[in-house]
Design a protein around this ligand. Structure first.
Ligand code: SF4
Ligand code: SF4
Length: 470
């Protein structure tokens, strides 16, 4: 995205990573503690996200979780509503809608999700890094501490940090499990003997270890090497996408500020404060790069400098390449219109599907291969198959009644018991007297009752030979 006429000091950023030494080893990043209005806003937003993440699994409605995403058993509770494999279309469509919204959001606002809402960044920058700053001090102190020989104070600082990191990782792993299996099951794993919940206990330990590894050591590597979303930026962004951008038109040629000298350079005083705060060790003045997680720390850093040298803020700001280069305002492009249209269609279909969703689904079909059967006592019978899907949290006892005509309805087998979240299949016979067959096809209404109260009237057809008048 960097313009060809932009002055850059070197091109090495194109084939070098700021987090790797020339010898190919890891270069530990010590970002300076950010300060400014964006950092404050991010802190508040992160607190809200953390409250949601840690609080939601604790909320119950009628004894059931308000939110639960049990991928293992394919059971999902979203805002108190139970979804299962029977809601495949809704779940698949929700997933597609989420992907399209991310694409649309990225095309318009760039990678702002990464810096502000991604759990990896929220935990790393707003929890673990803050603890690190608190225990070890700002970036220079951290660097010096790591370079210093082991001493009582260094051991104390490191041990306290690692212990807190590990405890936090256990807490995050437990919260993650609570989202998947619910707090009741989690409580059992924690309080009952390990032998009863070996799988759950191993999962908890593995997740704790994984979170500790990611937040204590792996850190920015997750965003740069692992996250597929970061790699998609190249295809999702265009020159109209809003990203964190350095205004090279205003900033270049960069040059140190000299006291008493009339400045002929651009507004960038090459203080490198924007680089010092960057958690992925890049220089945003080189243009949009894969490593930029849109955390806005460099905006705050540069704004603070601009304030000190009495220049307008926003040398680094949310802007598109076209905005920087041509000074054009935000434009709704054909691509944004196309993505938005697809999103509106998907959301409409999803809303219709969710609003027409019934607590218990009833499907009655004629048993295959049979039209009617002659029965004793001058009767005709038809055999039907009924599929019931219980999308509620309660087990139900289902009964059927023939509602609109004289006749008999016989359920084959036992009572129809329908456990919560389950699908059951039942066969039943309808018997009518032959002399009721005034036509070949008689419409029937079957009342479907749960625990004695009717919740659906199913309409089916009864077939039989027309009886001639004597
Ligand atoms: S913080 Fe601003 S002035 Fe300093 S180097 Fe970065 S862009 Fe230039
Ligand atoms: S370049 Fe700026 S916005 Fe991007 S990761 Fe670095 S500090 Fe954050």
């Amino acid at each position: 995205m960097q313009s060809s006429n932009t002055l850059v000091e070197h091109d090495s950023f194109r084939d070098h990573l700021g987090i790797v030494t020339d010898g190919g080893k890891r270069k530990v990043v010590y970002p300076k503690k950010p300060a400014g209005k964006f950092y404050n806003a991010r802190t508040i937003f992160s607190l809200a996200l953390l409250a949601f993440l840690f609080g939601m699994p604790l909320i119950k409605v009628d004894g059931h979780p308000f939110m639960m995403l049990n991928i293992v058993d394919r059971k999902f509770i979203i805002f108190g509503q139970l979804f299962g494999t029977h809601d495949f279309f809704i779940l698949a469509l929700s997933f597609i809608t989420l992907i399209v919204s991310i694409i649309l959001f990225t095309a318009v606002f760039g990678r702002v999700f990464c810096g502000w809402a991604c759990p990896q960044t929220v935990f790393l920058e707003m929890v673990f890094r803050k603890i690190e700053f608190f225990i070890e001090g700002d970036y220079i102190r951290q660097k010096n501490l790591n370079a210093a020989p082991w001493s009582g104070s260094k051991i104390l600082k490191k041990l306290s940090k690692w212990t807190i990191f590990f405890l936090l990782s256990v807490l995050i792993a437990n919260t993650f499990l609570a989202w998947v299996i619910g707090t009741d099951q989690l409580y059992k794993i924690i309080t009952e003997p390990i032998a009863l919940h070996k799988g759950g206990f191993i999962a908890m330990m593995l997740f704790s270890g994984a979170f500790y590894f990611i937040f204590a050591w792996f850190r920015e590597y997750s965003c740069i090497y692992v996250c597929p979303y970061g790699r998609l930026q190249g295809v999702l962004l265009d020159k109209n996408s809003t990203v964190i951008a350095y205004d090279y038109v205003r900033g270049e040629p960069r040059g140190k500020i000299k006291r008493g000298e009339v400045r002929t350079e651009g507004d960038c005083i090459d203080c490198k404060e924007c680089m010092a705060v960057c958690p992925t060790a890049i220089d945003i003045r080189n243009g949009t790069q894969l490593e930029c997680v849109n955390c806005t720390a460099c905006i705050d850093a540069c704004d603070n400098i601009m304030e000190k040298i009495d220049k307008p803020k926003g040398l680094i700001r949310f802007a598109s390449e076209n905005n920087i280069k041509n000074r054009t305002k935000f434009k709704i492009t054909a691509r944004v219109i196309a993505y938005s249209s697809v999103l509106v269609i998907l959301l409409t279909v999803l809303t219709v599907l969710i609003s027409s969703r019934k607590p218990i689904d009833v499907t009655i079909l004629r048993a295959p291969g049979m039209i009617f059967q002659e029965q004793p006592d001058n009767k005709i019978s038809n055999l039907y198959t009924m599929k019931l899907t219980n999308k509620t949290f309660h087990d139900e006892l289902i009964t059927l009644r023939l509602e609109n005509t004289e006749g008999e309805l016989k359920v084959i087998g036992n009572d129809i018991k329908l456990p919560s979240g389950d699908v059951s299949e039942t066969k039943f016979l309808v018997l009518l007297a032959k002399d009721q067959m005034k036509q070949m096809n008689i419409p029937l209404e079957i009342g479907v009752y749960k625990n004695g109260s009717k919740f659906e009237t199913a309409r089916i057809n009864f077939l039989g030979p027309i009886q001639q008048k004597q």
